[in-house]
Design a protein around this ligand. Structure first.
Ligand code: FES
Ligand code: FES
Length: 214
């Protein structure tokens, strides 16, 4: 599992501004956004002007998400995950919600180049950061090298895990263009395939790496 995915999975982990997920949710449960949380949220790209008074214990805010190079304004509840915001508010359903609890990697996206579990990332925490989803990989109608390798190597069966696997492989190869087999296994270890297509997946990642090196 990548470091960033470990970081987003823990309930007590912090974002770059020192807000723990636990403290954030605790604040929501109390129906308030505390003064300790507000400055961090605002500096993460949330529009202070649009933070509304809690209604029935839920706070909403309008945030800007940078998804696949495009800025998207969206109003979300403070408890909304990035995965559900992508799927339900932005209609980007390529990101799958499978376990919805940080165990399988099916919801993986890249955040500032690192694979992250979007089901364990609050949408507000992703505001102002560079998000890449499966929809952003193909360019000008051409599959990315990793996508093409997954097709060529038959690296899927039911397909539920596939977008997360491709995102994880893309993140891996952006950091390490010539991974060994064990580095591929380790880099992909945060992504479970219930169909156990692992040998095909690893072969596809190795092929994409090879072709990427030219
Ligand atoms: S759906 Fe997010 S880790 Fe499984
Ligand atoms: S292809 Fe079915 S879960 Fe991976």
């Amino acid at each position: 599992m990548s470091k960033s995915r470990e970081n987003t999975a823990g309930d007590g982990n912090r974002n770059g501004n020192g807000v723990t997920r636990r403290s954030f949710i605790k604040g929501m449960g109390a129906g308030v956004v505390t003064t300790a949380i507000l400055p961090s949220v605002v500096s993460a790209g949330v529009d202070l002007e649009t933070i509304r008074a809690p209604e029935e214990g839920v706070t909403r805010a309008t945030i800007t998400l940078n998804v696949n190079g495009e800025s998207k304004r969206v109003t979300v509840e403070s408890r909304a995950t990035l995965a559900n915001t992508l799927r339900n508010e932005l209609n980007m359903t390529g990101t799958k919600v499978v376990c919805d609890r940080g165990e399988c990697g099916g919801c993986s996206v890249l955040i500032d180049g690192d694979p992250a579990y979007s089901c364990m990332t609050l949408a507000m925490d992703a505001a102002g950061r560079e998000i890449t989803t499966i929809e952003g990989l193909a360019k000008n109608g051409q599959l990315s090298p990793v996508q093409q390798a997954f097709v060529d190597f038959d690296a899927y069966q039911c397909g539920y895990c596939t977008s997360g696997q491709i995102i994880a492989a893309t993140g891996l190869l952006e950091k390490n263009s010539n991974p060994s087999f064990s580095e591929i296994q380790r880099g992909m270890s945060g992504n479970i395939c219930r169909c156990a297509a692992y040998q095909h997946i690893f072969a596809a990642v190795a092929d994409a790496a090879k072709k990427g090196r030219g």
